[in-house]
Design a protein around this ligand. Structure first.
Ligand SMILES: [Zn+2]
Length: 289
């Protein structure tokens, strides 16, 4: 599933590809993608003759800004946008097509069909699901270590579950939670409120650094999208822990473990991320018993 860095890359790509384009009409082939309004004909009608002014991101959601309207789009597992010339054949699993007056089309393709689109009048989108009640943007300067600590200190569940909850912090999913916890040297099953001040500082920094680096990695590949179909980038080759079961830990060389935490496949290094309290002394991490 695309997480903050991938959605950010899609956002930047769409900003290069579709801003200024004028919608002539909209085709919806799979009504269930459209969550608001209920009537897909109304959805299509409302978007006609509107111009795309920009694309923003809130958590893992895209906000496609039009004059007077905002289309909130979630890619979920496999959703992808691409810009095509109208004469190009429409690929299988293309569920929504925005036909532009310049002879190009923005096509939404989704093999798994879990993606969603909600259409709002500008400004209304934050008062309703799915954007209402979302937590902090982790790359916003307002997401300080103090704000982060205030959230974590009150939670009596596993730290991984807290970090995945979009009501607290948005945009982090299974992959980047594992990456951030590895970077911070914290076991994913540590109970949130037992983390020390120093551990919380490390984790806050790890979240910000992990996401920033991934966004930069995605940003560097934007050029290759411009002539193509605007498909999102995946940066798996840069992952330090996720998906590396039984491979040597980049830090200590011992094999990476895989387990299940809160129903989610979870990668960690038992040696670098011990379950006991970790004390940092003289630059070395020791396990307290
Ligand atoms: Zn290790």
């Amino acid at each position: 599933m695309p997480e903050l860095p991938e959605v950010e890359t899609v956002k930047r790509t769409l900003n290069q590809l579709i801003v200024g384009k004028h919608i002539e009409r909209v085709t919806v082939n799979l009504p269930r993608i459209i969550q608001r309004p209920d009537d897909i004909q109304q959805f299509a009608f409302m978007l006609e003759q509107h111009t795309i002014q920009g694309v923003e991101r809130r958590g893992k959601f895209l906000r496609i800004l039009l004059d007077g309207l905002v289309l909130v789009s979630h890619l979920r597992m496999e959703g992808r946008y691409g810009v095509y010339r109208a004469e190009e054949p429409v690929e299988k699993h293309t569920h929504v097509i925005f036909h532009f007056t310049d002879g190009t089309e923005l096509r939404y393709k989704d093999v798994r069909q879990f993606g969603t689109m909600h259409l709002f009048a500008t400004g209304e989108e934050f008062q309703h699901p799915p954007l209402a009640k979302l937590g902090f943007e982790p790359l916003d300067p307002a997401f300080t270590a103090d704000k982060f600590k205030a959230i974590i200190r009150t939670k009596k569940t596993k730290i991984k579950a807290v970090l995945l909850n979009q009501a607290y912090i948005v945009g982090i999913g299974n992959i980047y939670v594992d990456e951030a916890l590895f970077r911070a040297g914290l076991h994913p099953e540590r109970i949130a409120h037992t983390l020390s001040e120093a551990e919380l500082d490390r984790l806050h920094q790890a979240i910000v650094d992990t996401l920033t680096e991934a966004v930069e990695a995605g940003g560097s590949s934007i050029k290759s999208y411009v002539n193509g179909q605007g498909e999102m980038g995946m940066f798996q080759q840069r992952l330090k822990i996720y998906g590396r079961k039984d491979e040597p830990c980049h830090s200590c060389g011992k094999p990476v473990h895989k387990t299940v935490v809160g129903g989610r496949g979870t990668h960690y290094c038992p040696s670098c991320q011990p379950l006991g309290t970790v004390a940092v002394s003289a630059g070395k991490m020791k396990r307290k018993r």
